[in-house]
Design a protein around this ligand. Structure first.
Ligand code: PNW
Length: 450
């Protein structure tokens, strides 16, 4: 096992956040326990063909029933923070009205268990598991009323849990909810309508801004923000058409979300591209989205190579290193995107890398160890890329590996493994992979010099 390069631990201050990340639907299971309501992902999984291996989240990693064991597992890694999400339908089964104390109780046990182990809880309110009732009754995020339902939910969590959370983010990757959920249809609720997706993105950003306001007033957690997925969009060739396409792709995916947050406007070229499919915006919406934030979470996996003809670009076909998702392994892209955000938005709060990691096929050897040297190398080079951005003056205050353990990878079911801990889905046994042992060792070295 290659050891961490000596200079990397020295690039991170003693108060840097080093953690691992998960989300509720991907690990919890127990979807019908303690009054949890149905979520749009429970329903989507039952749609034939929606999930490549035909699986669902009913059992997942049984994290709900293995909470104490998993808390010990997290602590054994030596991380100082843990990023997780709360399942809205556990806390409010139908997304309106009645609160389910037993549901919130689970997250209280999780948070208290982290604090008892000296680990900072970093929570996300919405990592895609919308109460199905809101979808059925009003079309979910397509309806403006869902914005207000989310604000109520955010206020409730802030009131009962906020003072115990180190950081609280509203949404995880609103681009995925809007585009994958409502335009390409590969995520729940599985719709394909470009105009609808644009309206959903507007409601997500608005719900973020209004929830920020409500949570400030409520008091509790004072470190509030949002999590966006991004990577550099680069032209496939030097042809002007490809260059223009890459610029537009960047405006439609990254700046569509970050411009409203920090400039109070949508990028003009993206609005022009949408034309009649542009969202309906009411007076005051853009100002609300710009609510001051205390952190911005960035999820980085790869760069995006863009062709003018819109054809998907395969890293593998180009002979480039790629993960099991066919996402190019490109650590420089992380430094680039962090520097780009720093340059674009002078008022930006401190950044956390809230997700970074890779799916790689399982390599279990006879001795029972998982020698995931590809993942180990991915993490090593991306942590070095984070150090490089810091060296160039970008304020990055945290880094969290996606993921703590193998889990339900959305449309791919259990066929893609992102964990630094291996999960045997027959026995639910957890085994630290080589990447986890390496991360443990890196954190040991980093603590030793602090
Ligand atoms: C993120 N894309 O999802 C999510 O936050 C995680 O829940 C997920 O497990 C992880 O990344 C790995 O996929 C994404 O198609 C899903 O560009 C798809 C895309 C990006 C992020």
């Amino acid at each position: 096992i290659p050891t961490s390069s000596a200079d990397v631990p020295a690039s991170f201050p003693a108060d840097f956040l080093f953690g691992v990340a998960t989300s509720s639907f991907q690990i919890e299971g127990a979807t019908q326990v303690d009054g949890r309501g149905e979520s749009i992902w429970d329903r989507f999984c039952r749609q034939p063909g929606a999930i490549s291996d035909g699986s669902n989240g009913d059992i997942a990693c049984e994290h709900f029933d293995r909470l104490e064991q998993d808390l010990d597992l997290i602590a054994s890694l030596g991380v100082n923070c843990y990023r997780f999400s709360l399942a809205w339908p556990r806390i409010q089964p139908t997304g309106r009205g009645e609160w389910n104390a037993a549901g919130l109780g689970f997250y209280e046990r999780l948070v208290d268990g982290l604090l008892a182990r000296g680990i900072k809880p970093v929570a996300t309110l919405y990592h895609w598991d919308l109460p199905q009732a809101l979808q059925d009754q009003q079309g979910g995020w397509a309806a403006r009323d869902t914005v207000h339902r989310f604000v109520d939910y955010a206020r409730h969590v802030q009131k009962y849990l906020g003072d115990r959370l180190y950081a609280l983010s509203t949404h995880n990757e609103p681009w995925c909810t809007a585009t994958l959920g409502h335009d390409t249809g590969v995520h729940a609720p599985g719709l394909r309508d470009r105009a609808l997706a644009a309206q959903v993105s507007h409601h997500l950003l608005l719900s973020h801004g209004l929830a920020m306001q409500a949570m400030r007033t409520e008091g509790g957690c004072k470190n509030l923000g949002i999590v966006l997925n991004m990577g550099p969009s680069v032209p496939a060739t030097a042809h002007p058409a490809d260059i223009a396409a890459a610029r537009l792709a960047d405006a439609k995916s990254r700046r569509w979300y970050s411009d409203p947050l920090f400039k109070g406007e949508y990028p003009a070229e993206a609005l022009a591209d949408l034309g009649a499919a542009a969202p309906k915006i009411e007076a005051g919406d853009m100002a609300a989205m710009r609510a001051p934030m205390d952190h911005l979470g960035i999820n980085y996996y790869t760069r995006y190579v863009v062709n003018a003809d819109g054809k998907p670009w395969s890293a593998r076909e180009h002979g480039l290193p790629a993960s099991d998702m066919d996402w190019e392994v490109y650590p420089e892209g992380l430094t680039d995107i962090l520097c780009r955000m720093h340059a674009d938005y002078p008022d930006m709060p401190p950044l956390y890398i809230t997700e970074n990691g890779g799916a790689f096929p399982d390599q279990t050897l006879v001795d029972g160890h998982v020698h995931d040297l590809d993942r180990l190398d991915y993490l090593r080079t991306h942590i070095a890329a984070t150090a490089e951005a810091r060296r160039r003056g970008v304020r990055v205050d945290g880094y969290m590996v996606w993921s703590l353990m193998d889990n339900f990878e959305w449309g791919f079911g259990y066929s893609k493994r992102f964990g630094i801990v291996h999960v045997d889905y027959e026995t639910q046994a957890r085994t630290l992979k080589a990447s986890a042992l390496w991360y443990q060792d890196l954190l040991r070295q980093w603590r030793a010099q602090g």
